[in-house]
Ligand binder design. Sequence first.
Ligand code: PLP
Length: 760
Amino acid sequence: MDKLWPIGARMDEDEELWLGGCAASELAERFGTPLYVFDEATLRQRSQAYQAALKRRYPASAQTAYAAKAYLCLALAQLFAEEGLDIDVVSAGELHVALRGGFPAARVHFHGNNRSAGELAQALEAGVGRIAVDNFHELELLAALTASRGSDRLPIWLRLAPGVQAHTHAHIQTGQVDTKFGFTIAGGDAERALLRAMSAPGIEVVGVHAHIGSQIYQAETLATAASRLIEFAAQMRSRHGFILAELSPGGGWGVPMVEGDPAAPIESFVATLAQAVVAACRAAGLELPHLALEPGRSLVAQAAVALYRVGARKEIPGVRTYVSVDGGMADNIRPALYEAKYTARRVVNRKSQIAERKSDHERVTIAGRFCESGDILIRDIVLPRLEPGDLLAIPMAGAYTLAMASNYNLAPRPAVVLVRDGQPRLMQRRETLEDLLARDLPRGRRFHKYQALGNDYIVLDPADWPLPPSPAAIRRICDRRYGVGADGILWGPCEPAEAATPAVPQGARPFGLRLFNPDGSEFEKSGNGLRIFARYLWDRRRPPGRQFAISTAGGLVVAHVLDEDGSRISMEMGRLSFDSRAIPVAGPPREVIEERITVASRELRITAATIGNPHCVVFVDDETFEVSQDLEGLAKNLGPLLERQPLFPNRTNVQFVRPLDRHTLRMAIWERGAGYTLASGTSACAAAGTAIRTGRCASPVTVQMPGGALHVEVAGDWSVRLTGAVEPVCRGEVSEGLAGECPMPAGGRSPGSCNRSPRS
Ligand code: PLP
């Protein structure tokens, strides 16, 4: 392929594009589009070309620095550090990545035109090799920062504006007189700056620097600028004794962008420049300085190809045909910013169609997907007909594309891969939707409190609480004195733990939910908590219909909103199991039905079950209990002991249950992680199911608890449906103190203790 494509790129007869031995269509399939593909061989070859040309053409010491502003990521920094280049950075961010990528600070040049005292101090602290000072403000800042350095003076360059106009787009010209960059030679600023710097005790001006623009094709223009710097240095030597040890004529060497552009060989550019430097030094009687080049674009542009997927076509007869791709100005703003020209190739998606489509050429305009009319990547290009699904490959995409990429329209920035010998390696993953929210903070810490049969739960929505609150924050929020007070926290809707099942209408995505006890521990399922969460979703108009799924750590459940205002909600809770391994119960695998255990010298017969969380049911209807035995007292006294029996390795919820008739139970509950509680949905399920399993009851069963009654239906396969009322209590905002990690007020009782009493 021609000069615009990475080394070794080729297009085969099936219109497949091969980059670094990898098929473009496979890369697009695997990493998605838009995708930026960098060819490692091209990056290395271009670096070596600069270093070798300098060695051959310049008869004194010289070095190439990569201008990181063209594009930098960790892997690229590592690669160029390995190639032995220096690096030019312009911000704390580029410096950070360069250092992380393995560049010794001494090999870093720091440029910029408005650096703060803080940034300059940071650069000094890091020990960057050279700082190019752009203006008097920076010079004074640096003079102050280095005043106490003594003999260890800071080597700097002065950035000069040599008054040379580069033949390039006005937005990327920087060397003329009318520019924001550098000290102008013509007006005398450059000389004044040199004198000021020479008088600063902590500074040593070791060189001068200029960068006259970018995308320059005439090597002579760059050579002229370098000669001007040398002439200036010679004048300064005779007037002030200045010694030019280093010369940095910047970067700016151009690259061809479209087929008709001339090639821009690195070797001939370096030769012209070196020759001019040598000639100017000879003419001025100066020793040859160390020559530091700073190419950006010409090192990386050719190495990368951008791959886009073709989508919509819009044909305006007699006017223009627009073909839209899935990227555009957010990943490559250059065409919109300074009318940069690109070319492209089609990579056909369906190979079977190639034969019939091959000769079918048309003139089109390649539009991006962003909401600007100016979002055009290529205007008027003749290409084989593009169909939705085809790939479009744009070469020369490595420089000032990703480096200027934005999240305009909140588009995630593309993935970037490095290819070599048929192996792709991800250099930067595609941004995720969550990345787009990573810096955002919610408007406030809102909460919504509901209750069902006296079980009160607080819903914390990830919209307000991007992460679940810490256990300490949960304890504070649930505390009935210092906090809002609740039986637990419901954090959702979050990402579901599992996919929808056929039980869910149209396979709609379930709402994810995580449940937390007031002590901060997480638990799997709560019948009332789940019904409260369903009501919350219903109140917010989130579910598509009255039936929807909720995914919990204890499995998937299905909610049914029974009336329009959501005041009665039933929940398909999943299946009850008596299998000791599922609950879990220690000891050999078995069903734990009316097993005898001794607790506080009292013999109890327990039945264990799980419906996502463990339950231990004790029927208070045998000879060991008095007829008038108080269920509440049993729950409060024996509940905590049963909860922590070694028999239950994950601890257990505990129910004391008295059957009233074949369809009615009365129950008191001790809840794992929470303590005595007025009502519990999964406890009602466990009690009803256990009563059926032991022959005491038949479905449906009404379970009466101090907080109210729940209706439990148990099917032949032990799947359970729970029905009852749910109502809102209050909503509001918790203070940052409650939500954050602030300590409790002095002398306060530990919020971790959950010795709660029933709500009146
Ligand atoms: N050095 C300096 C100081 C620059 O400002 C720039 C680009 O703006 C460069 C080097 C690199 O230029 P290019 O990418 O055109 O080689």
